[in-house]
Ligand binder design. Structure first.
Ligand code: NAD
Length: 471
């Protein structure tokens, strides 16, 4: 059993959670689950470690983070295999993610001594300067779809700024978080700077969000959970950073090359078995190419290799759990009942494991639940438009605003539409959402604040203004 990590201690927690391998539908490991006393101990350890870590020079903190990055790179295969087995994601994707974790640590190690304040010309004649202060103890609560990546997007800038961290991974996928905590200690993080406490969201996550000694919660997960965290944080005016759900549009104009763009559309929604907050799950295609486009999408979806995540050829693994597959199947049934047409997919693979073939729906329209709600599984809906205005209106007809793409060879139209779509991230002629050096986050109910790039540093620090009278 893997124990909690609090300072340099390994307490056994209050209970034991079985960890399942979704490709085989069997438990393959056990992890301790924190109880309320463990959480208090983790926050206390982070609080004790804070003053010394915050007082270190940024250069000294950077040195530890560079070593941390090197250790992650040295253990990339181990981390990738753990993530592939525990989440069910293809090993090639997991390997990329482990490399991205090392890159993220390296980026924020490099950022630590390049994030500083200003000298400001104020009306009085003295000297006015700003400093960036760390917040204190930050609580990080992360989901199961990209466990080590999303944890690192938060802990790397938080540590670089001089904060100390209590990280609560998702109960389904705590293994890589614990391993990262061990590697952090090995790299030279002082005990208590990074604490890892797996445990149930409803009790341990909620207690972390409400804890009076925690200055900020960095959260990624469902919009409904984000609301609960914001409410819990209100009591102590805790800072919150929220990365929430999405229903991202993928707008296709008729001037594109249909086959390659249809293949991209399929890849961008079915990656990670559709369990991706940036999944382009609403394809919005110009009507005169719609039939051809859907046909090409269906062919690409059916050609995806769905299977064992540890097989190098696999392009799509299982869903993370039995209940996540049932959720996706329920939406397939809802879509049919609502009158949308299922072109392909939606059926299980024979054998064990939580596999589901990628499903493509057409004849969909707003106010159908499969169009409005985040499914978080391998299901895509296709809507059609006649005019540019209609495409923009459809793209924006959602409570979400995380990500999206648009495809056209008309440069002016690309610029017009990119500016009109209300999402925090948008790609033109690309399905990428994440660039480590650039901001990532949502408009509307997809979130609050930004991660990645130097923006993340702002969100893990306070700005202090000091005025020196010189007269
Ligand atoms: P979730 O909200 O159920 O859980 C996320 C984390 O919050 C877990 O660690 C969970 O234990 C914890 N939690 C649950 N209830 C809590 C509570 N009341 N108080 C505090 N913590 C609590 O989300 P999930 O099912 O793990 O992940 C899927 C969701 O995450 C999707 O909606 C997806 O869009 C979203 N997501 C968003 C992004 C983004 O960057 N915007 C990235 C990945 C996933």
């Amino acid at each position: 059993m893997h124990r909690l990590l609090i300072a340099d201690r390994r307490p056994p927690g209050a209970s034991v959670m079985a960890i399942t391998e979704p490709a085989r539908a069997v438990p393959f490991d056990e992890v301790a689950a924190a109880g309320p006393a463990d959480l208090d101990a983790a926050v206390a350890a982070a609080r004790t470690a804070f003053p010394d870590w915050a007082r270190l020079t940024a250069v000294a903190r950077a040195e530890v983070l560079f070593r941390f990055a090197d250790l992650v790179r040295a253990h990339a295969d181990e981390l990738a295999t753990l993530e592939a087995r525990n989440v069910g994601k293809p090993i090639g994707d997991a390997r990329w993610e482990a490399g991205h974790v090392a890159d993220t640590l390296r980026y924020y190690a490099g950022a630590a001594d390049k994030f500083f304040g200003q000298t400001i010309a104020v009306k009085k004649g003295g000297l006015d300067v700003t400093l960036h202060d760390p917040l204190g103890v930050v609580g990080l609560i992360v989901p199961w779809n990209f466990p080590m990546v999303i944890a690192t997007w938060k802990l790397a800038p938080a540590l670089a700024c001089g904060n100390t961290v209590v990280l609560k991974p998702a109960s389904l996928t705590p293994l890589t978080a614990l391993r990262l905590g061990e590697l952090g200690l090995e790299a030279g993080l002082p005990p208590g700077v990074l604490n890892i406490v797996p445990g149930p969201g409803a009790s341990i996550g909620a207690a972390l969000a409400a804890h009076p000694d925690v200055a900020k919660i960095g959260f990624t997960g469902e919009t409904a959970t984000g609301r609960a965290i914001m409410a819990a944080a209100a009591a102590t005016i805790k800072r919150v950073g929220l990365e929430l759900g999405g229903k991202s549009p993928n707008i296709i104009f008729a001037d594109v090359d249909i086959e390659p763009v249809a293949r991209e559309a399929v890849a961008s929604v079915f990656a990670n078995a559709g369990q991706d907050c940036c999944a382009r799950s609403r394809v919005i295609v110009e009507r005169r190419i719609a039939d051809q486009f859907v046909e090409a999408m269906a062919a690409a979806a059916q050609a995806l290799i769905v299977g064992d995540p540890l097989d190098e050829r696999t392009q799509m693994g299982p869903l993370v759990s039995a209940s996540q597959r049932e959720r996706a199947e329920t939406y397939v049934a809802i879509g049919r009942a609502e009158g949308a047409r299922l072109v392909c997919g939606g059926e299980r693979l024979a054998g064990d494991g939580f596999f589901l073939r990628p499903a493509v729906f057409t004849d969909a329209r707003p106010r159908m639940r499969i169009v409005d709600e985040e499914i978080f599984g391998p299901v895509v809906v296709v809507l059609t438009f006649e005019s540019e205005e209609q495409a923009i209106a459809l793209a924006n007809d959602t409570m979400y605003g995380l990500s999206g793409s648009l495809w056209t060879n008309d440069l002016k139209r690309g610029l017009r539409v990119a500016r009109a779509v209300r999402t925090g991230v948008l790609s033109v002629n690309s399905s990428s959402s994440v660039h480590l050096q650039a901001p990532f986050g949502g408009y509307k109910q997809s979130g609050l604040g930004r991660e990645l790039g130097m923006y993340a540093m702002e969100h893990y620090s306070e700005v202090k203004n000091i005025y020196f009278e010189t007269e």
